[in-house]
Design a protein around this ligand. Structure first.
Ligand SMILES: Cc1cc2nc3c(=O)[nH]c(=O)nc-3n(C[C@H](O)[C@H](O)[C@H](O)COP(=O)(O)OP(=O)(O)OC[C@H]3O[C@@H](n4cnc5c(N)ncnc54)[C@H](O)[C@@H]3O)c2cc1C
Length: 403
């Protein structure tokens, strides 16, 4: 395949974030958009392993707003992006103990305000158990219910974004690693990239490389506090888990009383989360989940889904995501003019990626890939500058034990 030596924008990283941004830039008519992915699109980073939970509920309201803006995209995927993202509406439950019932009400009101009143409500545990007979809810004081919550398939979603970008003229280079962002004017302006496919000139470079993504910025002297963490998921056979009305039915769920999360997978399978781990090396293969990690995660989830205790495991997977100190992404311009960051999605980037891509593309097209001049108010909380000068980053409006 012949490759362009020049572009109007280069997006580095073909996970769900980079693929979505490439599509939005191409859709807006930016010109020659090039997406560089060192492996294959959606095959290497967090996107390739993600659980794909889709929910509104967050303890930081700017996150809630981004996910509320993203949900209709998952729902109307074929019309907006094309293809299929595997969205499945299972209902979502956020469970909390007595101490956090007040905070749950605050965050549920924020979700209803951002997405519409029928999208989020507080229900009592008895109602939650009636809706999902596969749950045991001892120790749960309150639940937030989102009927349109559920999950989608991150690999299909990222692939669909890349296919849609290509349809609009973007070039997707797989197996091309960017090792350096070039600048001109004494480091004032971005000039393109050096890659394993050679030099590509461009006035705009978007770094969306997930756990690996901050390295090209660091080489320019732009410190982005993103560190890799390993996150895991296990899959079990659980008859009726995803069949509404079945005695084994469970929702997509985050349980703050135990720190666990899970969701059905199709009708008779079930995914549950294995906590993230900071001890990873980027250059190496991701270590598989250990027996100890799996049995601890299973014990956690079995408190809410008793049938899981005896469910045969059918698979496990682990991947790396980039984490920031406040577990919120860094989005916006930084360093030389023309450099734009979309990094550090900290284990939660999938569900907000449609809105992030839409808003980032608007900012970039408005000519605001210039630090200090970006203006999308919904992205304002996520600037790199929140960590400089002793800044503590984003704080939840009302935290839970685990969020
Ligand atoms: C097990 C697991 C479960 C998760 N569950 C959920 C969930 O339920 N809901 C949710 O919202 N989020 C979840 N997440 C998090 C979510 O999947 C990520 O936040 C999101 O996929 C990040 O997308 P990304 O595009 O930023 O990064 P990635 O998907 O990691 O993509 C980055 C890509 O950039 C490429 N790259 C990096 N550097 C370069 C370079 N220099 N040159 C070329 N290419 C480069 C990499 O190869 C990679 O393909 C989960 C993550 C994991 C691992």
């Amino acid at each position: 395949m012949s490759r362009s030596a020049t572009a109007d924008a280069i997006v580095v990283g073909g996970g769900v974030v980079g693929a979505a941004i490439a599509h939005r830039l191409a859709e807006a008519g930016l010109g020659r958009v090039v997406l560089c992915e060192q492996a294959r699109v959606a095959a290497h980073g967090a996107t390739s392993r993600s659980g794909g939970l889709v929910r509104l509920h967050h303890t930081v309201h700017s996150d809630t707003v981004l996910t509320a803006r993203s949900l209709p995209v998952f729902e109307q995927w074929a019309d907006i992006v094309g293809g299929d993202c595997g969205y499945r509406r299972t209902g979502f439950l956020q469970l909390v103990g007595e101490q956090y019932a007040g905070a749950l009400a605050v965050h549920t009101a924020a979700a209803a305000s951002a997405a519409g009143p029928r999208r989020a409500e507080v229900i009592d545990p008895a109602e939650a158990a009636r809706l999902y007979p596969g749950l045991a809810l001892d120790g749960v004081a309150a639940a937030a219910f989102e009927p349109d919550g559920g999950y989608a398939d991150p690999v299909r979603a990222a692939t669909a974004w890349a296919v849609a970008a290509r349809r609009l003229g973007a070039e997707v280079y797989e197996g091309v690693r960017v090792h350096e962002v070039r600048t001109t004017g004494g480091g004032e302006r971005v000039d393109g990239v050096e890659s394993t496919a050679g030099r590509i000139a461009a006035p705009l470079v978007v770094l969306a490389g997930g756990a690996w993504g901050s390295a090209p910025a660091e080489r320019l002297g732009v410190h982005v506090p993103v560190v890799p963490r390993r996150i895991g998921l296990a899959q079990a056979h659980l008859p009726g888990a995803g069949r509404p009305g079945s005695p084994g039915s469970v929702p997509t769920c985050i349980d703050d009383t135990t720190g666990g999360y899970f969701r059905p997978d199709g009708t008779d399978r079930f995914f549950f989360g294995v906590p993230s781990h900071p001890d990873v090396e980027l250059g190496r293969d991701v270590a598989p989940l250990s027996d100890g990690e799996l049995s601890a995660a299973l014990a956690t989830v079995a408190r809410r889904v008793p049938a899981a205790a005896a469910a045969p495991l059918t698979g496990t997977r682990a991947g790396l995501d980039g984490y920031t100190p406040d577990k919120r992404p860094v989005i916006g311009p930084a360093g030389p003019d023309g450099l734009y960051l979309a990094l550090g999605f900290s284990g939660g980037g999938f569900k907000m990626s449609p809105a992030v891509a839409e808003l980032a593309a608007v900012e970039i097209l408005d000519g605001q890939a210039v630090a200090g001049k970006a203006e999308q108010p919904l992205l304002a909380p996520y600037r790199l500058g929140r960590f400089t000068g002793g800044g503590r980053g984003i704080r939840p409006e009302a935290p839970y034990a685990h969020m």
